[in-house]
Design a protein around this ligand. Structure first.
Ligand code: G1P
Length: 238
C-alpha cells in the first residue's frame, strides 16, 4: 500500500493551526473531533529503512518491544467487528499463553496472496496450527484459512527473525519465523468475528472507502444519490 510516511503520526498529532482556525470560525464540533484524535494515543516510531519484508519490519522493532508479548497490526487490513479483532485475539492469548494469529477463510483461488495455515484440532474458532506457509500456490495450500494482519506474538519470534532467513518473494517473512516458533511453542490461530476490508489493492481501497462512507449518516444520502447517477449514466457507456 502506498502510505505517505508519517500520515498516521500526523493524523493523531496536535494540529495547532487547524484548531485555531476552527475555533475562530466557531466550528466547535469539528474542533472537538480534531482535539479528541490528538488525545487518543501516543505514537512511537521505528522506521524500516529497507523493504526487506514483514518479518524484517517486525524485527526492526525488537529493541522497543523488549521481552514482552506484543501485537502486530497490518495497516492494509481493516477489520470492522463488534468486539475489536485484537481484543478477540488477546482473550485467546490469555487462555493459551501462546502466540495467536488472526485468520479468516478466503476463496481457494486467492490463497496465493496470503500466509495460509494448516489447521490441527479446533475448539470452536480456536485452532492449533500444524504448519504455516507463506503465499502457497493453490495446489500446495494446506487449507483456505488465511492469516489476516492481526497477530499477538511472544518475543520468542525475534530468535528466529534474527536469522534473517529469506523466504517467499525474496523477503524475510513473518510467517516463516512463526513456523519455527510453532515447533517449540505451539502457536494458535483464531478465526475472528468481523468483516475484513483490504485497502492494499486498488479495488479494495475504493470498496472500503464506499462502505465506510455509507455508514456515515452525514454523507450517506448524497453518496447514494451520486452512486445512482453513476450507475444510470456510466453503465450504458461501459
Ligand atoms: C502479509 C503476510 C501474509 C498475510 C497478509 C495479510 O502479506 O505476509 O502472511 O496473509 O499480510 O494481509 P502482504 O499482504 O504484506 O504481502
Amino acid at each position: 500500500m502506498l502510505l505517505v510516511k508519517g500520515s498516521i503520526e500526523d493524523h493523531f498529532n496536535y494540529a495547532i493551526e487547524l484548531e485555531q482556525n476552527l475555533f475562530e470560525k466557531g466550528k466547535l464540533e469539528l474542533l472537538e473531533e480534531v482535539q479528541h484524535l490528538s488525545k487518543m494515543i501516543d505514537i512511537h516510531y521505528i522506521r524500516q529503512k529497507e523493504p526487506k519484508g514483514l518479518g524484517h519490519a517486525v524485527w526492526c522493532a525488537r529493541k522497543f518491544i523488549g521481552n514482552e508479548p506484543f501485537a502486530v497490526l497490518l495497516g492494509d487490513d481493516i477489520i470492522q467487528s463488534q468486539q475489536p479483532c485484537l481484543k478477540q485475539l488477546m482473550d485467546q492469548y490469555e487462555k493459551t499463553g501462546s502466540s495467536v494469529i488472526g485468520v479468516q477463510t478466503v476463496p481457494e483461488n486467492e490463497v496465493s496472496r496470503y500466509g495460509i495455515i494448516h489447521p490441527g484440532s479446533n475448539n470452536g474458532r480456536l485452532y492449533s496450527v500444524e504448519n504455516l506457509v507463506e503465499k502457497p500456490a493453490k495446489e500446495d495450500a494446506p487449507s483456505n484459512l488465511a492469516i489476516i494482519g492481526r497477530y499477538i506474538l511472544t518475543p520468542e519470534i525475534f530468535t528466529h527473525l534474527e536469522k534473517q532467513y529469506i523466504g517467499a518473494g525474496g523477503e524475510i517473512q513473518l510467517t516463516d519465523a512463526l513456523q519455527l516458533v510453532n515447533k517449540l511453542e505451539n502457536i494458535y490461530a483464531y478465526e475472528f468475528e468481523g468483516n475484513r476490508f483490504d485497502v492494499g489493492e486498488k479495488l479494495g481501497f475504493i470498496v472500503t472507502t464506499l462502505e465506510f462512507a455509507l455508514q456515515n449518516n452525514s454523507i450517506k444520502h448524497d453518496l447514494l444519490t451520486y452512486l445512482e447517477f453513476i450507475i444510470k449514466n456510466k453503465k450504458a457507456t461501459v
